[in-house]
Design a protein around this ligand. Structure first.
Ligand code: NAP
Length: 236
């Protein structure tokens, strides 16, 4: 087994944290988020290195991440998982401009800039860039900006996959609903339906197996989960 160097954005809670905790057992993992280190309340493996880089300011976030990789003497990366994301539910189909901008800055502009900036690190290992989209990329009446942002990531991944062919593998993974704090933060109460949302640990396993396959796009839906998608697959 190769001990990999892995960067995961949005690793302070939810899916990103579950993936980071899982991968840090066998690999070296740096995670990012916007909060202060002491405000990470969920179980955060002591093996993880934390970098605070708010993607509300995309140019600053990318600069911070690059500087911290150099500071930690990581000249190469085997995997980059661009997972940080937010969404806001709307009532009448129209987002407030500020929330629209926030969604696009964090989900799209930052992801685009970080992806490009990480190319020199990933190309040294012929590594893999994994972009976390959502099944919402197909459209969602309560989340128009979020859906648009995930649609943009689908296009970004397809573009980079073709541009970097033979150098760096690029994939986009589209999870279905996962039981995290994201819905509440988005102003949506899914109610009893959330009991059927996939838990973060099995989703992290499905993401790991998908990263290992390097295929794209992959939908990480309930039907994949029921079909054993979180049990069978190759570990990184
Ligand atoms: N939950 C679902 O049902 C679902 C379904 C499909 C796709 N997804 C996608 O999966 C990814 C993770 O979602 P999740 O459910 O795990 O949500 P979550 O629990 O709310 O986690 C979001 C992560 O993104 C980070 N983040 C948010 N704003 C940021 C900012 N301004 N700068 C840097 N990092 C920021 C958060 O860190 P801080 O809190 O420290 O800022 C946190 O680590 C997202 O891209 C989401 O769109 C989720």
């Amino acid at each position: 087994m190769i001990r990999r160097k892995i960067l995961i954005t949005g690793g302070t809670t939810g899916i990103g944290l579950a993936l980071a905790n899982r991968l840090s057992v066998r690999h070296d993992v740096i995670v990012t988020g916007s909060r202060a280190h002491e405000d990470i309340t969920e179980a955060f493996s002591p093996n993880l290195v934390y970098v605070r880089a708010s993607q509300s300011d995309p140019a600053r976030a990318v600069k911070t991440i690059a500087q911290q990789l150099l500071k930690h003497e990581w000249p190469r990366l085997d995997n980059v998982v661009l997972n940080a994301g937010v969404g806001f539910a709307v009532e009448d189909g129209l987002d407030e401009v500020a929330k629209m901008r926030r969604t696009l800055d964090i989900n799209v502009s930052s992801t685009m800039l970080i992806a490009r900036a990480m190319y020199p690190w990933l190309s040294k290992t012929k590594g893999t860039l994994t972009i976390i989209g959502s099944v919402a990329h197909k459209g969602h009446k309560r989340f128009p900006s979020y859906a648009a942002s995930k649609g943009a990531l689908n296009g970004l991944a397809r573009s980079l996959r073709s541009e970097w062919a033979g150098e760096v593998a690029v994939q986009v993974l589209h999870p279905g609903p996962v039981k995290t704090g994201m819905h509440e933060k988005a102003g949506l109460n899914p109610g009893w339906v959330s009991e059927f949302f996939i838990r973060t640990e099995p989703m992290a396993r499905m993401i790991e197996y998908s990263m290992s396959s390097r295929r794209s796009p992959i939908t990480l839906s309930w039907s994949r989960y029921i079909g054993g998608g979180s049990i069978t697959g190759r570990r990184l």
